[in-house]
Design a protein around this ligand. Structure first.
Ligand code: 5GP
Ligand code: MG
Length: 183
């Protein structure tokens, strides 16, 4: 698996230190009261599990499955909610976590839904933000690292369902992507 990696962008130790700092930032911003954390599956699960264990505060954790359509259907910019239920967020302070901010559509759509459902306050955290113009008007409250506009894997992020368990963030060798063929 590690042999498929061309380049490590952010190593394990660097991620760990940054995630600790992010946990401190979250704690400082939500000084009291029960916090509801919503984790977008599956990409944010590794990041969330490290971040949330460093927050010494009562919190509740919910997960959401969403699908954002890229490629052929990119122009429609649709984000679908795949779960049969939606967490009760009315009146709650919510921290929404995702793995990476790319076009911004996912975070924008989920944050909008949370506000529609009556969340009192919505803050957003991402491990990574791509250094590019967003297609949706959204900024993450907490950003771990800015990365270039290239496809990355590891620490929760996948390619065709694999590589999520790599402890670092890296870039695949081009031949690995070519060998995989069209989606
Ligand atoms: P957005 O809605 O911001 O365009 O996309 C966010 C979602 O696209 C992320 O949750 C992630 O699943 C996927 N994504 C965007 N860029 C990358 C990337 O470089 N690598 C991987 N593995 N997924 C990405
Ligand atoms: Mg994702």
């Amino acid at each position: 698996m590690q042999g498929d990696i061309q380049r490590v962008l952010i190593d394990e130790g660097v991620i760990s230190r940054r995630v600790s700092r992010m946990a401190e930032e979250v704690q400082a911003d939500f000084p009291e009261g029960p916090l509801l954390v919503i984790v977008l599956l599956k990409g944010a699960m590794v990041f969330a599990s490290d971040l949330l264990r460093r927050i010494a505060r009562p919190l509740e954790i919910e997960c959401l499955n969403v699908a954002s359509y890229h490629g052929a259907t990119e122009s429609c910019g649709r984000v679908d909610f795949l779960d049969r239920t939606f967490p009760r967020v009315a009146g709650r302070s919510v921290l929404l976590l995702d793995d990476i901010l790319d076009t911004g559509r996912t975070l924008h759509a989920v944050a909008a839904r949370l506000r529609d459902e009556g969340a009192k306050e919505v803050r957003t955290g991402v491990l990574l933000a791509k250094d590019k113009a967003r297609e949706a008007d959204v900024r993450a409250t907490y950003v771990g690292f800015e990365v270039g506009d290239e496809f990355v894997v590891g620490y929760g992020l996948d390619f065709r369902g694999r590589y999520r368990n790599l402890p670092f963030v890296g870039v695949l060798k081009p031949e690995v992507v070519e060998r995989a063929g069209p989606p």
